[in-house]
Design a protein around this ligand. Structure first.
Ligand code: GLA
Length: 370
């Protein structure tokens, strides 16, 4: 066995020799700024401690672009060529997309053996796909010495998702996975990519709970919201909703476009207010964000609303909301320092009773309390 750590050992167990490059990237939880990134707005994600690790090795041989990919989470190996259409397995498409985009960007991608292991919870709104994309591109950067900085990696990763996985996403998740830490939130202006690290409010820590609800409509509902925003911007004569002053312009729009625009404008304002907010104010902004996502943007889910309401009612919780694209999945709460695990233990049984859904704790976050 090689001595390159568990990922290298796993790779060697599957492929028989050690990898040439190993890289990891985290998932993220978005604290505020939901459905704003594809409107050129502001977001405030933070990396979660769980990471996805990708190990790869260039294989000899004349045929370029052959990939053998093993996903440890699914105990599954698939093979594909970058010359062909994308492979059917979702996890393989992300890797395929990254390698294709790298190749289009001028990097010579050799034939590869690839091993993937994700600790990031999948399909709940914590960006397991961005973590896989960024880890793949980081490993490829190490292997090929491609001259990419972390922003470039995020941009290639986003293109991989849009072009090859069919989700017309913004750039928040890939920027968060590539540039955020789990000790500070990352404030990002998604138009200019100006960014800065923002500490969590003093006396707070983060808790992430899964509602147990599979994200239905996650792809189609997401793309539909994005199309509605583009239509509203066209009707209002602006390049993107970011360019609207929070005046009454949107009132002229028909429903539901008026409410969609209302969410985006108020959500951008909440992100900016959060930069200066203490914990109670930050929590109130999260609560307002959830209400806006539920009523005006209509991307929440009744069970998620129930879990969020239980969290919001807990005395040690400053605020809570759905997180990520929506239509099910995870919730995030800002809790008093040192209480996150207890809050989860106290809230989840009531949630199970009410909803019959087995919610569970994904990220208790003592580590970032300040
Ligand atoms: C998904 C997308 C992001 C962002 C969020 C909603 O996570 O990948 O680009 O739009 O939804 O805020």
């Amino acid at each position: 066995m090689s001595t390159g750590g568990p990922a290298a050992d796993d790779f060697e167990a599957v492929f028989g020799s050690p990898p040439d490059a190993v890289a990891a990237a985290p998932g993220r939880v978005n604290l505020l700024g939901e459905h704003t990134d594809y409107n050129d707005g502001y977001v405030l994600p933070i990396a979660i401690p769980q990471q996805t690790t990708v190990a790869l090795r260039a294989t000899a041989g004349a045929d370029q672009h052959r990939v053998t990919l093993h996903a440890r989470n699914f105990a599954r190996t698939v093979a594909f060529s970058l010359e062909d259409a994308p492979p059917p397995d979702a996890f393989a498409r992300y890797v395929y997309g990254c390698l294709r985009e790298a190749s289009l960007a001028g990097t010579t991608v050799p034939s590869l053996q690839v091993h993937v292991h994700s600790q990031v919870p999948m399909g709940v709104g914590l960006s397991s796909s961005a973590a896989l994309e960024v880890a793949t591109l980081r490993a490829l950067r190490t292997l090929t010495h491609a001259p990419w900085d972390d922003v470039r990696i995020a941009q290639l990763a986003q293109r991989a998702e849009v072009e090859h996985a069919g989700v017309h996403c913004g750039i928040m998740d890939q920027m968060a996975s590539s540039l955020a830490a789990s000790t500070h939130a990352l404030w990002l202006d998604t138009r200019t990519l100006e960014r800065r690290r923002v500490p969590l409010p003093a006396g707070s820590e983060i808790l992430v709970l899964h509602s147990g609800v599979e994200r239905t409509l996650a792809g189609s509902g997401y793309n539909a919201r994005r199309a509605e925003c583009a239509r509203a911007a066209r009707l209002l004569g602006v390049a993107s909703l970011r360019d609207l002053a929070p005046s009454g312009a949107a009132q002229r729009l028909p429903d539901p476009l008026r409410r969609r625009v209302g969410h985006v404008l108020t959500e951008n304002a909440r992100v900016l207010q959060a930069l200066e907010a203490d914990a109670p104010h930050f929590g109130a902004l999260m609560n307002a964000s959830h209400a806006s996502l539920r009523v005006d943007y209509e991307v929440s889910h009744p069970q998620v609303d129930r879990l969020v309401a239980l969290l919001q009612a807990h005395p040690a919780v400053y605020g809570a909301r759905m997180t990520g694209g929506g239509f099910g999945g995870a919730c995030v709460a800002l809790c008093q320092t040192g209480t996150a695990t207890d809050v989860a233990a106290q809230v989840l049984p009531g949630y199970l009773r009410d909803s019959r859904m087995p919610g569970r704790m994904l990220v208790p976050w003592g580590g970032v309390a300040v």
